[in-house]
Write a protein that binds this ligand. Structure first.
Ligand SMILES: [Zn+2]
Length: 297
């Protein structure tokens, strides 16, 4: 039987945040208990040790506060290790990435309002067809907005629209960042308690096609930040968006640079189990798909 790495994002109640799809702390706790019946839930440095049962790794993306308040709290009480990744941009330079502007603004402003702002300024031809990539969003305008903001518009164009709306919702951006992301103290605390801390990104950009430039812009700033906070260089990497549309090229081109910089492995968003002999890139199954996956869950 194969091993599995599980991918988590928000672990929280929705509490009015209409723009996100969190897993509730209660469901998270239940999921761990269920996984524990079949798998040894291990830390990353135990992956290559032979064992009688298959292993499971719990991975967290984006470094949001709820992961500390809810997931870490539950894991600590159960004595289970996990792997958390950090996005350094907001912490270092106070910039909230587009993805989180989208989650926040779509939570508190109506889709009609956002769609009007987009339509006034930009060409939306072919939106019905194109937005089907967001078919899990049942609301039509929500699909349109997400497609335009995340895919069609440039980062500058989308930031122009969302940034101004965001500022009316959260006038104190430093406070928002403090409330929304892990702080330095929280990262240190999790690390002290045996959690593995890895690099997610700096600004949450997809792979750009130039491995050295991508490393210098998206990986090195986060690695340097974590080295400064933890006193040692992080050894594990999880790219934003799983690398994005160029994820296959990213695997080929970026791996030698990661290895040269001391990384021991990296995590994809390809929904597969992990074979007995793991490779540098480790696939992950999203927590929401576990119930439907053909694994002994
Ligand atoms: Zn991410």
């Amino acid at each position: 039987m194969n091993n599995v790495a599980v991918m988590y994002h928000y672990i929280r109640e929705r509490n009015g945040w209409r723009g996100i799809f969190p897993l509730s702390p209660q469901d998270f706790s239940h999921q761990i208990d269920t996984l524990s019946k079949t798998y040894d839930i291990i830390s990353l440095d135990q992956m290559d040790i032979p064992r009688s049962r298959p292993w499971c790794i719990l991975t967290f993306d984006d470094g949001t506060k709820d992961q500390y308040v809810n997931a870490f709290d539950i894991l600590k009480r159960k004595g289970i290790p996990a792997y958390f990744t950090v996005m350094s941009g907001p912490l270092v330079s106070g910039v909230v990435p587009m993805m989180h502007l989208v989650h926040t603004v779509l939570s508190f402003v109506s889709d009609e309002e956002i769609w009007e702002l987009i339509r006034l300024k930009h060409d939306t031809t072919g939106i019905e067809e194109a937005s089907t990539i967001y078919s899990y969003e049942l609301d039509r305008l929500r699909r349109y907005n997400k497609y335009m903001l995340n895919v069609k518009l440039t980062t500058e164009e989308a930031t122009e629209i969302l940034g101004s709306v965001f500022d009316t919702l959260f006038s104190d951006r430093a406070k928002f960042i403090d409330d929304f992301y892990l702080t330095e103290q929280e990262i240190k605390h999790m690390h002290r308690e045996g959690m593995t801390i890895g690099v997610h990104c700096h600004k949450h950009q997809p792979y750009c096609g130039n491995p050295q430039q991508f490393y210098d812009r998206e990986i090195k700033p986060c690695r340097d930040y974590l080295k400064n906070v933890l006193g040692s260089s992080p050894e594990w990497y999880t790219p934003a968006f799983g690398g994005g549309v160029h994820h296959k090229a990213m695997r080929e081109q970026l791996t030698p640079i990661l290895v040269a910089n001391g990384f021991k492995g990296a995590f994809s968003t390809v929904s597969k189990e992990v074979p007995q002999a793991r490779e540098f890139w480790i696939d992950r199954i999203d927590c929401s798909k576990l119930l439907h996956a053909k694994i002994n869950y």
